[in-house]
Design a protein around this ligand. Structure first.
Ligand code: ZN
Length: 136
């Protein structure tokens, strides 16, 4: 199995580190916006529902950010272990183009597509449950 050249690994590491910085900054920003929304202020119910929506999407964004951070940390760890660029699911090589586009990825395109398909099905059944709860 061919491994990625050292200079490339170094470049990916820098890239990952700057992504981590960015994600951390975004998390801090999201955190302070959420706190701002928590301040008790007299609002009519329309305002309240808007602020609820905003809070919900802030929450979603920050949990996405945290997921991303976890993936970035894991990728940096793989660089340290010397397993960067190897698919965690099938053990094959992850294509350099894919690593350029998604440097924190831990699986090859084929495995990714398979997982996404599975996740899509889960999301679908989750949506159905939510719809069911709304009508109940
Ligand atoms: Zn794979």
């Amino acid at each position: 199995m061919k491994s990625i050249a050292r200079p490339d690994i170094q470049r990916f590491q820098w890239k990952l580190e700057s992504c981590r910085e960015e994600a951390l900054r975004a998390l801090v920003r999201l955190g302070s916006e959420a706190r701002y929304l928590d301040v008790d202020s007299p609002m009519d119910s329309a305002d309240r529902s808007v602020s609820h929506l905003v809070r919900e999407s802030l929450y979603q964004l920050s949990s996405q950010c945290r997921d991303l951070l976890r993936s970035i940390e894991a990728a940096l760890e793989r660089i340290r272990q010397g397993t960067y660029g190897i698919c965690e699911m099938c053990g094959g090589d992850i294509s350099p183009q894919r690593l350029e586009a998604v440097p924190w990825t831990d699986c090859c395109l084929r495995c990714q597509e398979r997982t996404e398909q599975r996740r899509g099905e889960e999301a679908l059944s989750r949506d159905t449950r939510v719809a069911w709860r709304r009508t109940a």
